[in-house]
Write a protein that binds this ligand. Sequence first.
Ligand code: ZN
Length: 121
Amino acid sequence: MPRGKANVQFTGGFLDGQTSEQVESRALFEELYQATGSWYRQPEPGDKVEIIEGGNLDENWIGYLVHKYKKCGKNDSGYIMYTFVKELLVERCTAITKSGKQCSKTKFKNLEYCETHKNKK
Ligand SMILES: [Zn+2]
């Protein structure tokens, strides 16, 4: 194993049973958040929300699902283990930018807006 790298194994959630080889050790935080690939879009306010599996977020995205994992030691093979904790919905900032488009950042904590727009009225 090269210096500063480690192997990782996930348990539970959408990554259940998957491994990652030679991950940068400094990227292995106590908690990891992995986007599941499932996301939501709504073309216009009031339209039915569509659930999309895979692909990239388009200009009408309103949120995406993330799985939270917690580091929990090493297994017998020396792999660093991450266990699924919970599923979270990351939602899009609802502010409208100067160009007239919806901000593409994610909401800040429990607010309607992102870090940039959090003081907006
Ligand atoms: Zn924003």
